[in-house]
Design a protein around this ligand. Structure first.
Ligand code: T5A
Length: 208
């Protein structure tokens, strides 16, 4: 049987990395075979593209180049990691996927959705996550958490208005895709966030 594909999304500093470890513990408790990966990245080549995308630079990166780099990395990641694992029956837990492209390049950078959709179709065909956890938090809280943890990358140097557009698009995606998306209130304590995640995973588990 094909594995399940779970993605985790949200604006900067929302707690994805922190909660991925928690989800891995849940998967261990279910004795699942799974892989944990991330976007942009997940293969040596795609990780190099990630470095290109995130590095702050003086040269301004044109939106089309950024979008194509995101999908180039995704194509490699799907081909080398995600599809083979799902095909072998393993579950895949991925830190960000194409919802991030609609949120960051679509809403954030004002790129046209139909362009993103064309690339999505070319790169991933009909593949969609089975479950997407969207961690939601007021932008300023997330940015403050992220800045305490590390120096800002190229995206984290954007203005608050950019992240407000990103956040709103994520909420819109959740509203448009209730069968696969669950919004988690990530402004609570870690315990409160993880209680919501457990509930979501257990509900999903019942459908598997
Ligand atoms: N991108 C990506 C695109 O533009 N298009 C795309 O298609 C894709 C796939 C990199 C960038 O790439 C862009 C978007 C991104 O800008 P990323 O590495 O996922 O993507 O970048 P970040 O969102 O910056 O991820 P981070 O690792 O920085 O943040 P996390 O993982 O959300 O946050 P985390 O877990 O590190 O937590 C941040 C801090 O908050 C604390 C943690 O301890 C940590 O210190 N924290 C809490 N504190 C209090 N209460 C809680 N509930 C807390 N949860 C966590």
């Amino acid at each position: 049987m094909r594995g399940k594909f779970i993605t985790i999304e949200g604006t900067e500093g929302v707690g994805k990395t922190t909660n991925i470890k928690f989800i891995q513990d849940w998967m261990d408790s279910k004795k699942l075979t799974y892989g944990c990966t991330r976007e942009p990245g997940g293969t040596p080549l795609a990780e190099q593209v990630r470095e290109l995308l995130l590095a702050p630079r003086e040269e301004s990166v044109c939106n089309t180049a950024e979008l194509l780099m995101v999908f180039a990395a995704r194509a490699q990641h799907l081909n080398q990691v995600i599809e083979p694992m799902l095909g072998e029956g393993a579950w895949v837990l991925c830190d960000r996927f194409t919802d991030a492209t609609y949120a960051y390049q679509g809403a954030g950078r004002h790129m046209r959705d139909d362009l993103i959709r064309d690339l999505e179709l070319m790169v991933q065909g009909s593949l969609q996550p089975d479950l997407t956890l969207i961690l939601d938090i007021p932008v300023q809280i997330g940015l403050a958490r992220a800045s305490e943890r590390s120096t800002p990358d190229r995206f984290e140097q954007e203005q608050v208005a950019f992240f407000e557009r990103v956040r709103n698009r994520y909420l819109q995606i959740a509203q448009d895709n209730p069968q696969r998306c669950v919004v988690i209130d990530a402004s609570l304590t870690l315990e409160g966030v993880q209680a919501q995640i457990t509930q979501t995973l257990e509900t999903f588990w019942e459908t598997v």
